[in-house]
Write a protein that binds this ligand. Structure first.
Ligand code: ATP
Length: 236
C-alpha cells in the first residue's frame, strides 16, 4: 500500500489582478520528504507557501495538503495539521520566549500547553532561554523561537519561508541542524530558499520556480542541469 503524499498540487495558480504570482504548478511531496522551492526574488515562492498554507486562496487549480483537499471549508482542519514559519517570525519582543509561545498556543486553542512549550523549546535547544525577553535575543535565536512556535501543534507538514535569510553562517548552520532533526522525526518540510547550496545541503528534492516550475529533481541532478545551462553544454 502506498502512502498518500503530504502535498499534491495540480495546475495551481495565483493571480493578483493582472499580475501572475505563480501559475501551472503541479508537483507532489512525499511524507517525510524535505522539499525545496528555489527561485529568485519575485519568483512566487512566498505566495506559493501562503497559498498551500491556507492564508490565501488559489486562483486556479487544486491541491491536497496533509491529506485534505485545499478548500475554504477545510482550512481549520488543515491548519491543525500544518505550520508555516514566515520569513520573519513575528514575535512580541517585549514578552519572554515562553510568554510568546503561551500566547500562540492559546491563539491556536491547543491543549497541554506547558508540555507542548517544553517540547518545542527542547526541539530548538532553547529551554534555558524560556524566560528571556525576545528583545534580548539575536536574530538567529529569534528565528529558533519562530521555529518553536511553528512546532507547537506538532505539524505533519512544516512550511519554512527562507528560514535562514539574513542569518550569519553560524546561525544558519544551527537552523540547518534543527531541520535535520525534524526530518529524522518524520516531519515533511517544504522550504523556500534562493541559495542553491542551502537546497543541496537540506533537500531530498528541489523545484526551481520562476513564476512557473522550471525543473524538479534531486539537488545533484539539478546542479548538473544548471551547470550545463550556464556553460551552454547539452548533456543529452
Ligand atoms: P522574495 O524572495 O522576494 O520573497 P518570492 O519568490 O517569495 O520573492 P512572491 O513574494 O511570492 O515572490 O511574489 C511573486 C509576485 O507576486 C511578485 O511579482 C509580487 O509582487 C506579487 N505579489 C505577491 N503578493 C502580492 C499581493 N498581495 N498583491 C499583489 N501582488 C503580489
Amino acid at each position: 500500500k502506498t502512502t498518500s503524499p503530504a502535498l499534491a498540487v495540480t495546475g495551481l495558480a495565483k493571480r493578483f489582478g493582472p499580475r501572475t504570482a505563480f501559475a501551472d504548478l503541479s508537483f507532489q511531496v512525499d511524507q517525510g520528504e524535505v522539499f525545496g522551492f528555489l527561485g529568485p526574488n519575485g519568483a512566487g515562492k512566498t505566495t506559493t507557501v501562503r497559498t498551500l498554507g491556507t492564508l490565501i486562496a488559489p486562483s486556479e487549480g487544486s491541491a491536497t495538503v496533509a491529506g485534505l483537499p485545499l478548500t475554504p471549508e477545510n482550512g481549520i482542519e488543515i491548519r491543525k495539521r500544518i505550520s508555516l514559519m514566515p520569513e520573519s517570525p513575528g514575535l512580541y519582543l517585549r514578552l519572554t520566549v515562553a510568554e510568546n509561545l503561551r500566547f500562540f498556543a492559546g491563539l491556536h486553542e491547543l491543549t497541554d500547553v506547558k508540555e507542548r512549550i517544553d517540547r518545542a523549546l527542547r526541539a530548538v535547544n532553547l529551554t534555558d532561554r524560556a524566560d528571556d525577553p525576545c528583545r534580548s535575543l539575536s536574530k538567529g535565536l529569534r528565528q529558533r523561537v519562530g521555529l518553536a512556535r511553528a512546532l507547537l501543534n506538532d505539524p505533519s507538514v512544516l512550511f519554512l519561508d527562507e528560514p535562514t535569510s539574513g542569518l550569519d553562517p553560524v546561525s544558519a548552520r544551527e537552523v540547518h541542524e534543527l531541520i535535520d532533526g525534524l526530518r529524522r522525526r518524520g516531519v515533511t518540510i517544504f522550504l523556500t530558499t534562493h541559495r542553491l547550496a542551502e537546497a543541496e545541503r537540506l533537500c531530498d528534492r528541489v523545484a526551481i520556480l520562476n513564476t512557473t516550475l522550471r525543473t524538479i529533481g534531486r539537488p545533484d541532478e539539478l546542479r548538473d542541469q544548471l551547470f550545463s545551462k550556464t556553460l551552454g553544454i547539452r548533456t543529452s
